[in-house]
Design a protein around this ligand. Structure first.
Ligand code: ADP
Ligand code: MG
Ligand code: ZN
Length: 612
């Protein structure tokens, strides 16, 4: 609608300009040496006129002194008649040669046509503009089925495996794809089956998109990027036609890589989920399968797809000839983290003493994207402090910022609230420091961050993929440490513990229903239903009886109870240490690992094991 208005405006402006031009032209014509009829008659009477040429109503008057002038006669009257009215009698005209010329064809027609046609032309132009507008609108509707595929040409912003830190195994797997794209003949001659689909699986930010691009860069082929979530529209069939379009584009540019990002958006197990709208998803998915099956043996297009939810993918996608190569991208370990940090710090001015290894130590569980973000945050921090270089502390501060959201120093808290928070966090920290199976405390703070009022950071000594029951029990006790400390010290409980309790309950329940760590034995209970659109568990389908449900509840209670008792035992018997930590927190607000353990040294705490 807005565009229509704009066109209309243009039409009007054009009209005005044209009108001005024409009127200007006409006026000019009249002004150039034009005589009025009475002046003409005067000149004729004075014998100054030698000749008159008549063209329509225009008179061209040749003067005896060699000059010339123009005049106009009246419409619908002959020249002699007209002049007679001015007292020029035919006798006087006899000495003058009068010539009647046909008006020049062009001018004649122009004179007639322009006034008649101009409005038509203008109206026509307006219609044409509106029509053209409507037509592009219509073609937009018809281009619906086109994928908005993005092309990264091989030479533009090229990244290669060198730019991707770590991920050694993944790179090795992809080497084969690179090899094929570079040198397909070698494979085809041997009758080898060509890699057709590669599925990259990994947590968000582990570098799936980056690695796919690097594979294209490494093989020096065009890289087509499409996000599966963009494929699906409101209308059934649109996704399928977009898939067709994307594959066609990629095939035309072969050898090439077609990257389908977040494929779980269409590749979810068919027939699962609630609500309507999966017809469209299914059709889109089917089209992907059809396109992949339709590849000739020598089609030199490799489809790379990425997902962070391999567990929910339709099994048809994983069948041979489709995405039969699966590459897992792990979260980086400490060495890889350091490398990723190095890569992203390359173009940033770091102070010489900065030790990225120490940052890597503090960032277990960070993905590549988190680490890239961390470096960026540290640069922002340094800039805000008007420094030219990034120092170690900037990096440390950014770790927490990425982890917990920005500090909210400005949040006003009363003295009492501060004290409660201090005891709460001291409770977490003391329980953590007291338990044999707990991870060491890295930092405690009562500065609000994100939504948390304070926090106690504990980090595992080494990275472990597995967690044992003993560690979980310690975790549970630590969750309840804050709650218990408040209870002990203030004989009251604040809302600050609610999140801890939620986490604790969830963990306790998982111990029983997921990990088989309770007295109910090695069994899992319940099947999680997922909400397709949100990708979240919304309901757990009960696959057990009410009796078992009651038993589960009892086991969960037992875990929580044990955790609470453990926390009470520690806090009750080590109250002096608790007070020391809390007081120090009120004073300093933040305690680093070293400060914390130094503070505890005089108390000579022995590590405890959890016993029922
Ligand atoms: P994903 O697609 O797995 O969610 P991306 O590939 O989009 O993750 O990664 C996001 C960003 O994280 C990248 O642009 C890059 O800056 C950084 N990153 C992730 N992994 C690595 C890595 N292994 N090496 C270097 N940078 C990485
Ligand atoms: Mg991605
Ligand atoms: Zn807490």
């Amino acid at each position: 609608m807005k565009i229509l208005y704009k066109n209309f405006l243009w039409a009007i402006i054009t009209f005005l300009v044209l009108a001005m031009l024409f009127s200007g032209l006409l006026v000019n014509q009249e002004l150039a040496g034009t005589l009025s009829l009475s002046e003409t008659a005067e000149k004729i009477k004075n014998g100054e006129v030698a000749s008159i040429t008549i063209m329509g109503n225009n008179l061209e008057i040749g003067l005896k002194d060699g000059g010339s002038a123009r005049a106009k006669k009246e419409d619908e009257a002959s020249l002699t008649e007209t002049l007679e009215n001015y007292g020029v009698y035919p006798e006087i005209l006899q000495g003058i040669s009068i010539e009647v010329k046909e008006e020049s064809g062009f001018r004649f027609w122009l004179g007639i046509l322009i006034p008649a046609l101009l409005p038509i032309i203008i109206i026509g132009a307006i219609f044409w503009m509106i029509f053209r507008q409507a037509k592009t609108g219509a073609s937009q509707v018809f281009s619906f089925g086109k994928s908005n595929i993005r092309l990264f040409a091989p030479h533009k912003d090229r990244i290669t495996f060198k730019d991707v830190a770590g991920l050694k195994e993944a790179k090795q797997e992809l080497e084969e794809v690179v090899d094929f794209l570079k040198n397909p003949k070698k494979f085809l001659d041997l009758g080898a089956k060509i890699p057709r689909g590669v599925l990259l699986m990994g947590n968000p930010g582990t570098g799936k998109t980056m690695l796919a691009r690097a594979t294209a860069g490494e093989s020096n082929v065009p890289f087509f990027h499409i996000s599966a979530s963009e494929l699906v529209e409101m209308f059934v069939g649109v996704g399928a036609s977009r898939v067709r379009d994307a594959f066609q584009t990629a095939k035309k540019a072969a050898p090439s890589i077609l990257f389908i990002d977040e494929i779980d958006a269409v590749g979810r197990e068919r027939g699962a989920g609630l609500g309507g709208g999966h017809d469209e998803r299914e059709q889109t998915l089917n089209q992907i399968l059809v396109e992949m099956d339709g590849f000739e043996r020598d089609t030199r297009v490799v489809i790379v797809a990425a997902t962070n939810r391999p567990d929910i993918l339709d099994s048809a996608l994983l069948r041979p000839g489709r995405f039969d190569r699966r590459v897992v991208l792990d979260l980086p370990d400490i060495k890889d983290r350091e490398e990723i940090l190095k890569i992203h710090a390359k173009d940033k001015p770091l102070e010489k003493e900065v030790n990225l290894n120490k940052v890597a130590v503090r960032t277990p569980g960070f993905s590549g994207a988190d680490l890239a973000n961390l470096i960026n945050e540290s640069a922002i921090l340094a800039a805000r402090k008007n420094r030219k270089v990034i120092i170690q502390q900037d990096l440390y501060d950014s770790v927490e910022k990425v982890l917990l959201g920005p500090e909210r120093k400005s949040r006003v808290i009363s003295e009492r609230e501060k004290k409660i928070t201090a005891y709460h966090e001291a409770g977490h920290a003391l329980v953590t420091a007291s338990l044999k199976d707990a991870d060491p405390v890295h930092k405690i703070s009562i500065v609000a961050r994100g939504r948390a009022g304070g926090y106690t950071l504990k980090l595992p000594l080494e990275e472990a993929r597995l967690r044992s029951k003993k560690q979980f029990l310690a975790d549970l006790a630590i969750f309840l440490g804050g709650y218990t400390a408040e209870q002990e010290v203030f004989e009251d409980i604040s809302t600050g513990a609610s999140n801890d309790l939620k986490e604790a309950s969830h963990l306790a329940k998982s111990l029983v229903t997921k990990y088989g760590m309770s007295d109910l034995g090695p069994m899992t209970f319940g099947k999680a239903e997922e909400m397709i659109f949100l990708g979240r568990e919304i309901a757990v389908e009960k696959d057990y009886s009410e009796e078992v449900a009651a038993k589960i509840d009892k086991e969960v209670h037992k875990f929580i109870d044990l955790a609470h008792k453990t926390a009470q035992k520690i806090i009750g018997s080590r109250r002096k240490a608790l007070d020391a930590i809390a007081n120090e927190l009120v004073k300093k607000e933040t305690l680093e690992q070293e400060e914390f353990y130094n503070l505890l040294k005089p108390f000579n705490l022995k590590p405890l094991a959890i016993t029922a």
